[in-house]
Ligand binder design. Structure first.
Ligand code: PEP
Ligand code: MN
Length: 455
């Protein structure tokens, strides 16, 4: 059967609303069903946030990642917050993102494909429905697109109007990202400006300055021999967006048929992933994603059942196209050696074309004695090192990393050159969900990964 015939067959049994017939985990209990209907109809009428042509470019870029010709850097907040839809915050994030990507591409000697967990990462799956706060029990926070982080009963109700606000905040964030990536700030000529952080005088920045100085002299040389440095490859970058496909009502409302190809695309982000908690084989989440033409990701934690992984790969990438499906493994430093070789072997035995991505964050969380969620920087680095080592042994491609980080000076992960300890966590812990690397730890991690790419 030809590929387009296979695609047509998939679309015969799928629609953007076919997921309603499947069991759904993590479902919000929207407090007002009439309001929900009205909000979804408004969202359905609003313009696409991203365009099918851009999404196809990402698919091609991810194919190069899967083939080992480029490296994926996917990163951003665990949970984006509405209040952080703010110029300086987004600017801080983009600056560290660009810096990391220049370190990876210059030292690691590969093109870097950049995908943010941004402009829509507003919904969170949670392990428990309620939480203890100040001696009371409240519905748990599920991300700004569902309820408020504020520990007040009324504000914790699941409010559908928040999805509309999420749409507009995603649009505002994307507008700034597009201006930065195409409007000059991402130009290589600005490379020194990207280091203007709170930590610009820390020792790690000496290493960055050296990279920047070498690049500037390379650019000067190119100018000297009269090659054009005004063209787009010097002055623009492609920054793609992604988030977990969790709120299926919202994703359905954002799904449109592309006029060029006649195929359905979720226009809320370029790439969508299914989380560890919602990827059951017959789940509503898998059903929704299987009909889309976007590149997809699937998180895999150490509790997986191999036969379910195989079945999901077939469902999410029926054409077995490289670049379509990324397996985002989040096994944890203590488990990666036990499980990743098996996953790789099964993928190889089935001739599946997948992009292998390491999420070294979600398998390494722990709770401190004072009840704070933390991650150790050294565990994160070590899981990435093992990811590269296991792929090298298997002769497969370590395609990239998926990270939770911020451009701000937070104290949420332990370790790094500034040696953040458990006692420091209270200094500036602002995440409303999982602990993130701060900007300095992120740059340090980029240097570490760039060395692994080289070796
Ligand atoms: C996340 O990426 O924030 C997340 C919840 O991940 P996972 O589904 O892997 O637990
Ligand atoms: Mn997270």
């Amino acid at each position: 059967m030809g590929k387009s015939a296979l695609r047509r067959e998939i679309l015969n049994s799928w629609s953007k609303s076919s997921w309603h017939k499947y069991p759904r985990k993590q479902e919000p209990e929207w407090y007002d069903k009439a309001l929900l209907k009205d909000i979804l109809s408004q969202i359905s009428d609003l313009p696409a946030l991203v365009f099918a042509g851009e999404t196809r470019s990402l698919m091609n870029d991810l194919e190069t990642v899967g083939l080992g010709k480029a490296f994926l850097l996917q990163c951003g907040n665990c949970s984006e917050n509405f209040v952080d839809c703010n110029g300086p915050k987004i600017h801080n994030f983009l600056r560290v993102f660009l810096q990391m990507s220049i370190i990876l591409s210059y030292i690691g000697n590969k093109k870097v494909v950049k995908i943010g967990r941004i402009a829509g990462q507003y919904a969170k799956p949670r392990s428990n429905e309620t939480e203890h706060i100040n001696g009371g029990e409240l519905p748990v926070y599920k991300g700004d697109m569902v309820n408020s982080f504020e520990p007040v009963l009324e504000k914790r109700k699941h409010d559908p109007a928040r999805m509309l606000e999420g749409y507009f905040r995603s649009a505002a964030t994307l507008n700034l990202i597009r201006a930065f990536s195409k409007g000059g700030y991402a130009s290589l000529h600005q490379i020194l400006d990207w280091q203007k952080h709170y930590f610009s005088d820390y020792p790690i920045m000496k290493k960055y300055e050296q990279v920047a100085a070498e690049l500037i002299s390379a650019i000067d040389f190119i100018k000297t021999i009269k090659l054009d440095t005004n063209n787009t490859s010097f002055n623009e970058v492609d920054l793609y967006t992604s988030h977990e496909s969790l709120l299926l009502e919202y994703e359905e409302a954002m799904t449109r048929v592309d006029t060029t190809t006649g195929l359905p695309y979720d226009t809320s982000a370029h790439m969508l992933w299914v989380g560890e908690r919602t990827r059951q084989v017959d789940s509503a989440h898998i059903e929704f994603l299987r009909g889309l033409n976007n590149p997809l990701g699937m998180k895999i934690g150490p509790q997986y059942k191999i036969e379910n992984i195989v079945e999901n790969i077939k469902k999410l990438n029926p054409e077995n196209r490289m670049g379509k499906l990324s397996l985002i493994v989040r096994l944890g430093v203590v488990n990666i050696e036990k499980f990743l070789p098996e996953l790789i072997r099964v993928v190889k035995d089935n001739y599946f074309n997948v992009v292998w991505i390491c999420d070294p964050m979600h398998g390494n969380a722990y709770t401190t004695g004072t009840g704070k969620k933390a991650r150790k920087f050294d565990d994160i680095l070590e899981e990435i090192r093992l990811f590269f080592q296991i792929h090298e042994r298997a002769n497969t491609i370590p395609g990239g990393v998926h990270l939770e980080l911020t451009g701000d000076n937070v104290t949420e992960c332990i370790g790094g050159k500034s040696n953040i300890t458990e006692y420091d966590l209270d200094n500036n812990y602002t995440s409303t969900c999982d602990p993130r690397l701060n900007a300095e730890q992120s740059v340090e991690l980029a240097f570490f990964v760039s060395q692994l790419m080289k070796s």
